[in-house]
Design a protein around this ligand. Structure first.
Ligand code: FAD
Length: 442
C-alpha cells in the first residue's frame, strides 16, 4: 500500500511564539537510508510524546522521529498555549458534553499535564510554565448564558471554579470589555514553541530526530518505508502523528473523515512600561471566550498580548496571504474592542495553524494497518489530547494496558463527512453562522 503525502506543511505566516525564541541550533535533515525499530511521522505534541514513550519503554530500540519543519514551527508552536484540563468541546455552546464523557476527558487531559510537568521539571525546560488556570470571559448576554451553562456543568462534575463580575474582570485584564467571567484553576499556560522545542531537545538518547525532512511517500509493507527528497527511513513499525496532513490517506480509511480547519493568532510588540501601566490589570493571564467562536486572549509576562480568533476550512492545509491579511484586520478589531486605551499598539506577528477536527469530535487512535498506528485528530486540544494520545499510542503498540488506555480506546472514531462540494459548503457556512452569532465576543 502506498500513501502519498498530498499536503506538505508550509509557512503559514510568521508565528510570534517561534520568532521570539533564540534561533535553534542547526537541524539534522534525513540523508541516505536509515533503519530503525520504530518511525514516528510528525513532531507535534502527539509525535513527540509517542517517540519519547516508545524510547522510555524500549531503551534498546531505535526510534526515528521525522518532521517536515523545525520542532515548534508547526501547530505545536502556533497555538495559544493553554493546556486545558476541562472539557473543551468546540461544537458545544458551553464546551461541555455528557457527564461521563466529560469525566473521561478530564482524566486524559490531567494525565497529559502530569506527564508533561514531570518532563519539564526533570529537564528544566524554559517554557514559561504557569499553573495559573484560565479565565473564561463573556462580553454580552449570550456569552453570559454560555458561561452559566459552563459553570453548571462544572458544578455537576464537582470541579472548582470562581465567578467574576465586570469589576473583577477589569482588575485582572485591565479591560472594561468583559461583563462577567469564570476562573477555572486547573489549566496550565505555556510558551508553546518553547515547550515543543524543549521536548524535542530532551528526547531520550535512542530517539533520532530528523527535521526539515518532508516525507513525500509512505510504502506500508515489511518494513514500512518513508521517503524524503534526500533519503528514506525503513522500520517495521510506524506511528502516524501528522494530524490534519493525514486527511488524504484514503487507503487507511481517513479520507472523508477528518476536517483540516485553520485558526489564527497575532502577537503585539512588547508594550512599554507606560503602556502597561495605562492598561493596568495583572501581568499575566489567559482568557478563553465564553462563546467557542469568540477570541482567546493572552497577556504575557514579557509585555506582549496575543489574540486568537477566526476559523477557516482549508482542505489544502495551507493559509493564503490573503486570508492572513483578512484575519489581521479581524484581530485588530478584536484588540481595539478590548484595549481602547492602547490605540498605538499594533501586531508584530500574524500566523495560522492547522487543527484537525471531526464532525463528531472523534479521534483517530489505534492500529490502522498491520504495524501502522495512528494518534491524530485531537479536535483543537493538541497540548493535552495530542500529548496523551501520543503517549498512549506507544503503550498500546507495545501491548500494555491501563485505565487511561481503555478510556482512549473507547473514544468515538471520526464520523464520515458528506462528499464535496457539500462538505465545504456546510463547514464554511457553519463557521460563518457561528462567528456571526458570536458577534461582539469576536
Ligand atoms: C492559533 C492556534 C491556537 C491554538 N490554541 C490551542 C491551545 O491553546 N491549546 C491546545 O491544546 N491546542 C491549541 N491549538 C491546537 C493545537 O495546536 C493542535 O491541536 C496541536 O498542535 C496538534 O498536535 P499534533 O501533534 O496532533 O499535530 P501537529 O502539531 O499539527 O503536528 C503534526 C506534525 O506533522 C508534521 N508533518 C505533517 N506532514 C508531514 C510530512 N509529510 N512530512 C514530515 N512531517 C510532516 C508537521 O510539520 C507537524 O509538525 C491551537 C492551534 C492554533 C493554530
Amino acid at each position: 500500500m502506498q500513501l502519498h503525502c498530498n499536503s506538505l506543511p508550509q509557512n503559514d505566516g510568521r508565528c510570534g511564539w517561534y520568532e521570539t525564541l533564540p534561533p535553534p541550533p542547526p537541524s539534522t535533515p534525513l540523508r541516505g537510508t536509515v533503519q530503525a525499530d520504530w518511525v514516528v511521522l510528525g513532531a507535534g505534541y502527539a509525535g513527540l510524546a509517542a517517540a519519547r514513550r516508545l524510547a522510555e519503554l524500549q531503551p534498546e530500540a531505535s526510534v526515528v522521529l521525522i518532521d517536515a519543519k523545525r520542532v515548534g514551527f508547526g501547530a505545536a508552536g502556533r497555538n495559544s498555549g493553554f493546556m486545558v484540563d476541562l472539557p473543551h468541546d468546540l461544537t458545544s455552546h458551553s464546551y461541555t458534553s455528557s457527564h461521563e464523557a466529560d469525566h473521561k476527558t478530564i482524566r486524559l487531559s490531567r494525565g497529559a499535564i502530569d506527564y508533561t510537568r514531570e518532563i519539564v521539571q526533570r529537564h528544566g525546560i524554559d517554557c514559561d510554565w504557569r499553573e495559573q488556570g484560565k479565565l473564561h470571559g463573556a462580553a454580552n448576554e449570550r456569552g453570559g448564558l454560555a458561561l452559566d451553562e459552563f459553570a453548571k456543568g462544572l458544578s455537576v462534575l464537582g470541579e472548582p471554579y470562581r465567578l467574576l463580575d465586570a469589576g473583577q474582570m477589569k482588575a485582572v485584564t485591565g479591560s472594561d470589555f468583559y461583563q462577567a467571567g469564570l476562573h477555572a484553576p486547573g489549566a496550565v499556560l505555556v510558551q508553546p514553541a518553547a515547550l515543543a522545542r524543549g521536548l524535542g531537545q530532551s528526547l531520550p538518547a535512542n530517539v533520532r530526530l530528523f527535521e526539515e525532512s518532508p516525507v513525500l511517500d509512505i510504502v506500508v509493507g515489511k518494513p514500512h518505508t518513508l521517503t524524503t527528497a534526500e533519503g528514506c527511513v525503513k522500520a517495521p513499525r510506524l506511528v502516524l502523528a501528522n494530524n490534519a496532513y493525514a486527511s488524504s490517506f484514503g487507503e487507511l480509511g481517513l479520507k472523508g473523515r477528518l476536517l483540516p480547519v485553520y485558526t489564527y493568532g497575532s502577537m503585539t510588540r512588547q508594550l512599554t512600561e507606560e503602556e502597561q501601566a495605562r492598561l493596568g490589570g495583572e501581568q499575566s493571564w489567559g482568557l478563553i471566550p465564553a462563546d467557542p467562536l469568540g477570541s482567546t486572549v493572552r497577556r504575557l509576562a514579557n509585555g506582549r498580548i496575543c489574540v486568537r480568533n477566526s476559523f477557516t476550512y482549508n482542505p489544502d492545509v495551507h493559509a493564503s496571504a490573503g486570508t492572513l491579511q483578512r484575519v489581521l484586520k479581524a484581530h485588530r478589531t478584536s484588540f481595539a474592542r478590548r484595549f481602547p486605551m492602547l490605540p498605538e499598539v499594533d501586531f508584530e506577528y500574524t500566523w495560522g495553524g492547522a487543527l484537525c477536527l471531526s464532525r463528531n469530535a472523534g479521534s483517530v487512535f489505534g492500529e490502522l494497518a498491520p504495524g501502522v498506528f495512528g494518534a491524530m485528530c485531537c479536535n483543537g486540544l493538541g497540548l493535552t489530547r495530542g500529548t496523551i494520545s501520543g503517549k498512549l499510542i506507544a503503550e498500546y503498540a507495545l501491548g500494555m494496558d491501563s485505565d487511561l488506555l481503555s478510556i482512549m480506546l473507547e473514544q468515538p472514531k471520526p464520523s464520515r463527512n458528506p462528499p464535496e462540494p457539500l462538505l465545504g459548503i456546510g463547514v464554511r457556512s457553519s463557521i460563518a453562522w457561528k462567528e456571526w452569532s458570536a458577534g461582539v465576543e469576536l
